[in-house]
Design a protein around this ligand. Structure first.
Ligand code: ARG
Ligand code: ZN
Length: 478
């Protein structure tokens, strides 16, 4: 409802003249009654993210106690409004004690599963910078939304690593990949523990029994790619051939998996260098990986420093998972989904990178692995019912998004030829660097590079709920 409409309505009412005079005396920003939307508009997850502002930087100054899983601290968000705002939301689960907006105390309350509603003392005008300070504390493992928690408790600490949900348990945010920001994460932990996060370790200093670790991630980063791990780690450092500093961390508590985990993740620099041949220059100025003593089945491409669960290494060394998470640094982190339905532009490509690595290691070519996936799944396998191009929130991480998703890329490769295919693989991260893109954007880009219409091929491999015909992977006529 704009000012014009308000004025119009008032004019038709009794006492119109006085009301109009009053309204016009108020600046446009203050006259707005618009609250920010409680979601950013993602059809899979209507409540994720928020409307009305865009965050550019998160400063998190925290203290964590491994013995009790207690996290306390202050988040300072630098943002800019994208509309007039009388109220706006953050996504968060811990207990908030104070909120300040541009220095002034603001009213706040919780609502929904993970909303923190903030009402500044004065409405905010569209297009202005705003600073939000949130003081908070709580025990992340005790907080649930939709009946689950993504905060991972370990014997010696805790870890924030989940997709699409991870931030709610440790910092208030506009929790959607559409709103990327830079991060300073500074965490105090008891001496003898370490705090691991994204980017570069700026300092680690000890005082009165506590050590503060300060990390900086200075390229745009999606909220789910921000990570925190507190525990007792062995830390290794190195440098890639390309000159990127590498820092990795291994829980001292990995038991008989320790050797396989470290043997795999220590190849991070070599693998990142190898990936640059396919995807272009490594996009960040820090690199590494960490393996805390968690029990999840998944790994996660947390920006610059992926999270690996010990389970990835239960059967021995596993460089393939390292390839997968590092491929995401380009496909997922540098170029992020516009909506969560676009998850194939992350997972299909990270899986395909694993197939290229297999070829590199002499363990089967990408075509052989594609043929194997195709042959090992009969037409009535429910696998073929999942459309990688729009899998639904319940199937966002279904194996079909990965394996059928990579099959789609092999089909594309066969259709447009190696020269154009690898030009697309390398051109895409540069084209949408530090931004967001959709499956449709990828199809258009591949069509532009190859000069071939690809609607049929994408429909067959990414959208149809059935097994493509036997020769579809090699058939240029699709
Ligand atoms: N992107 C992760 C990967 O590299 C998948 C994370 C799945 N998350 C989950 N909560 N299951 O495979
Ligand atoms: Zn992945």
């Amino acid at each position: 409802l704009g000012l014009g409409a308000l004025v119009h309505r008032r004019i038709t009412a009794p006492g119109a003249l006085a009301a109009v005079t009053l309204l016009l005396a108020i600046p446009a920003s203050a006259s707005s009654r618009s609250p920010g939307a409680p979601g950013i508009g993602d059809p899979y997850y209507p409540a994720y993210g928020n409307g009305g502002y865009d965050v550019s930087h998160y400063d998190l100054r925290l203290k964590y106690q491994p013995a009790t899983d207690r996290l306390d601290g202050t988040a300072t968000l630098l943002a800019r409004t994208t509309q007039d705002l009388v109220r706006f939301n953050l996504d968060f689960l811990l207990d908030v004690s104070e909120v300040r907006v541009d220095g002034a105390k603001a009213a706040f309350r919780t609502s929904g599963e993970h909303e923190l509603e903030i009402t500044p003392d004065k409405p905010l005008a569209k297009g202005t910078p705003v600073t939000v300070v949130v003081r908070y504390g709580g025990v992340p493992s005790k907080k649930q939304a939709y009946g689950f928690t993504s905060w991972l408790r370990t014997p010696d600490g805790g870890v924030a690593a989940g997709e699409p949900e991870a931030a709610w348990w440790w910092f208030p945010s506009n929790d959607h990949p559409l709103d990327k920001a830079t991060y300073d994460v500074s965490v105090q932990v008891p001496d003898g523990s370490q705090a691991i996060s994204n980017g570069t370790l700026q300092s680690a200093s000890s005082r009165a029994g506590w050590t503060r670790y300060s990390w900086r991630s200075d390229k745009p980063q999606a909220t789910y790619l921000a990570t925190l791990a507190v525990g007792r780690f062995d830390i290794t450092t190195g440098t890639t051939k390309g000159g990127i500093p590498v820092l990795s961390a291994y829980s001292k508590d990995l038991g008989n998996v320790y050797g396989a985990a470290r043997s795999s993740v220590e190849r991070t620099g070599e693998i990142a260098d190898w990936l640059t041949g396919y995807f272009g220059p490594y996009p960040y100025n820090a690199l590494g990986g960490y393996v805390p003593n968690t029990g999840t089945g998944y790994a996660l491409e947390t920006q610059t420093r992926p999270y690996y669960s010990p389970r990835q290494f239960a059967a021995g060394s596993n460089t393939s998972v390292v390839v997968h998470e590092l491929a995401h640094q380009w496909y997922g982190d540098l170029v992020s989904v516009a909506r969560w339905k676009d998850i194939w532009i992350n997972e299909g490509f990270a899986r395909y990178a694993q197939w290229l690595w297999s070829e590199h290691e002499g363990e089967g070519t990408a075509q052989q692995l594609a043929d194997h996936v195709y042959a090992s799944r009969p037409a009535d396998d429910p696998f073929w019912k999942v459309a990688p191009g729009d899998p639904g929130p319940e199937n966002q991480f279904h194996l079909a998004v990965y394996d059928r998703g990579a099959l789609a890329l092999q089909a594309l490769r066969n259709r447009i030829g190696d020269a154009d295919f690898f030009a697309v693989l390398k051109g895409w991260p540069a084209k949408y660097a530090h931004g967001n893109a959709s499956v449709a954007d990828f199809r258009r880009y591949a069509e532009q590079v190859s000069g071939k219409p690809l609607g049929g091929l994408f429909d067959t491999w990414l959208y149809r709920p059935s097994k493509p015909a036997a020769d579809a992977a090699r058939d240029a006529s699709i």
